[in-house]
Design a protein around this ligand. Structure first.
Ligand code: NAP
Length: 302
């Protein structure tokens, strides 16, 4: 961890940049960006679930050099090249409107990164993060991954690692997007699903019907695909990873609590007082009266 600090960042070279939404007509602009870290101490040292810091050039509104921004790695442990030297991340352009003077606001670092071309250099720090990674005994577990939007990044790398190193593990990926055109790495995950019978890819589209199911949030897949997901969750070896938009974690936990009971539910969470009605749950109760077990891993941001 922290092989490169902001005071002495490492230098990487962009090798590839491509749109990774299912359609170029998606409302947001999201890019899969690869960069070469060969010749730096980062080569072979970064694992999925960790982040890399990027320092954009220039100064902020106060004339101070920009601070670093963290981006989740999307690459597997062996990198995109199998040697740990080409890393990847998934970047959504931040495009918004200033609240007070309704002028266009472009996020500094996301737009800097998305504008870069192969051959361009970037200043990077890290890697950072040790809690949201696969366990050391990865072969002893099955995995249910819940992602929304760019929260998919760490799961791309983790799933590549798991399918390579633990061919017996059962893996389910539930991916939430507003429209099917917004799904990230959709073709890649569909192909993995065709190749690996132990991997299930379940998109959940929130603003379009999902076949006969209507509109879905990721947690709704626990109900619509309970035949696949509930036996996994009821079993003793499943880990749950949640990454993406803040708020999704409560819906997922409430749905787990609704569909599991007793010792099966307590594998993941317990409530204090024990009888707290799931319908009354809100986010302020997390970690206070809703206690999670070590089988749930969360990284959510608003
Ligand atoms: P997005 O494409 O807008 O997709 C978000 C999806 O989540 C939409 O389908 C949305 O549905 C749905 N959603 C909204 N509220 C929900 C809830 N309470 N429960 C379940 N689903 C819900 O996503 P995005 O713009 O890429 O944003 C992804 C978020 O992930 C960002 O906040 C980003 O900071 C975070 N992120 C975190 C990490 C990390 O922690 N390492 C890495 C990458 C990204 P509707 O909009 O239709 O309601």
């Amino acid at each position: 961890m922290h092989l490169y600090k902001p005071t002495a960042p490492g230098m990487a070279t962009i090798t590839k940049t491509e749109i990774c939404t299912a359609s170029k007509k998606a409302a947001g602009f999201v890019r899969h960006i690869e960069f070469d870290v060969s010749g730096t101490d980062l080569a072979g040292k970064c694992i999925p679930g960790q982040s890399i810091g990027v320092i954009p050039p220039g100064v902020d509104a106060n004339g101070k050099p920009h601070k670093l921004r963290l981006y989740s790695l999307a690459s597997p442990s062996a990198g995109e090249d199998g040697k740990g030297t080409i890393l990847a991340t998934t970047v959504k352009r931040t495009i918004d409107e200033h609240h007070d003077h309704h002028r266009l606001f472009l996020g500094v670092c996301s737009n800097y990164l998305c504008d870069l071309q192969p051959g361009d250099k970037i200043q990077i720090t890290g890697p950072a993060g040790k809690k949201f990674v696969l366990p050391a005994n990865a072969q002893d577990h099955d995995y249910v991954f819940f992602a929304t939007g760019t929260g998919i990044a760490p799961f791309r790398g983790m799933i590549i690692d798991l399918l390579k190193e633990n061919p017996a593990a059962k893996i389910a990926l539930i991916m939430g997007s507003p429209y099917s055109s917004d799904l990230l790495y959709d073709g890649f995950f569909r192909e993995l699903g065709r190749k690996h019978p132990n991997f299930r890819y379940l998109p959940a589209i929130s603003r379009e019907p999902n076949g006969t199911h209507g509109r879905l949030y990721v947690q709704d897949r626990l109900r619509t695909d309970s035949d696949v997901l509930m036996p996994m969750l009821a079993g003793p070896r499943t880990l749950v990873y949640i990454c993406g938009i803040a708020g999704m974690e409560l819906g997922i936990l409430a749905q787990i609590a609704t569909q599991l009971s007793g010792a099966e539910r307590e594998q993941y969470l317990r409530t204090d007082p024990p009888a707290a009605d799931v319908k009354t749950w809100d986010r302020s109760m997390l970690h206070k009266s809703i206690h999670l077990s070590r089988r749930i891993f969360m990284e959510v941001y608003s």
